[in-house]
Design a protein around this ligand. Structure first.
Ligand code: FE2
Length: 234
């Protein structure tokens, strides 16, 4: 599987991902892209222009969510990785620090970096609609229909108390929906992320204020990148 798609995130892949995303998208963004070459995990470029998700997600939201929040998570994990003399991939760091209170800062920033890059790739201009092919078949098998899946994803995203994420995940070949609090990433518990929506308020508050359900429905219906999600299936 292409590492640009499955986000196998060691340093080399991250540099490749960042460079590839900018070339493939053919767009320039106003945001920092590969950060400093010495960073173990440079923040990948957005795979589209900062205003490309409008009107569903505004350039102003992107300017904070990608340009400030995502960047801060990457800056923190790069700093911690060096300070604590860590090694291995970002996914390896997430797995090794999950559930360890004394490594909470490392886990939170590693997971939030991974989660956000995955999220940005789960969206695309002109996305949404229904998936096709094997992803459509897997959703049908797990949830009965695409509308039933969509209703449950939105309901679970709405039901996540406080900050977090709502995921479509795969384990043992079967799809399910998982909501996680704060930074928690399904990778750490053996679930393979297929699709995600961020339900932290920073993802939607500037555009939707407290109306999380409206954001979830619009993002799912108009921005979901099912081609990317299909490539995550094992
Ligand atoms: Fe976020």
């Amino acid at each position: 599987m292409d590492t640009n798609e499955n986000l196998g995130m060691n340093r080399r892949d991250f540099v490749k991902f960042a460079a590839g995303a900018a070339v493939v998208a053919g767009v320039a963004t106003a945001f920092p892209t590969a950060a400093m070459a010495a960073d173990p995990f440079p923040m990948p470029a957005l795979p589209y222009a900062d205003n490309a998700l409008e009107p569903v997600i505004s350039a102003r939201t992107i300017s904070f969510h990608y340009g400030k929040h995502t960047a801060a998570y990457y800056k923190a994990i790069n700093t911690l990785y060096a300070e604590k003399k860590l090694s291995g991939t970002l996914e390896g760091v997430i797995a090794a620090t999950h559930g360890k209170d004394d490594m909470a800062a490392v886990y939170n920033n590693a997971a939030q970096s991974w989660n956000h890059t995955f999220y940005w790739n789960c969206l695309k201009p002109g996305g949404g609609g229904e998936p096709k092919g094997k992803l459509a078949d897997a959703i049908q098998a797990a949830f009965g229909s695409f509308p039933a899946f969509g209703e449950k994803l939105v309901a679970d995203g709405l039901g996540q108390f406080g900050s977090g994420w709502v995921w479509l995940v795969q384990k043992d070949g079967k799809l399910s929906i998982m909501k996680t609090p704060n930074a928690v990433c399904p990778l750490a518990t053996g679930f393979k992320p297929v699709f995600v929506l961020d339900v932290w308020e920073h993802a939607y508050y500037l555009d939707y204020q407290n109306l999380r359900k409206d954001y979830l429905m619009a993002a799912l219906g108009k921005l979901a990148n099912w081609d990317f999600a299909a490539k995550q299936l094992g």
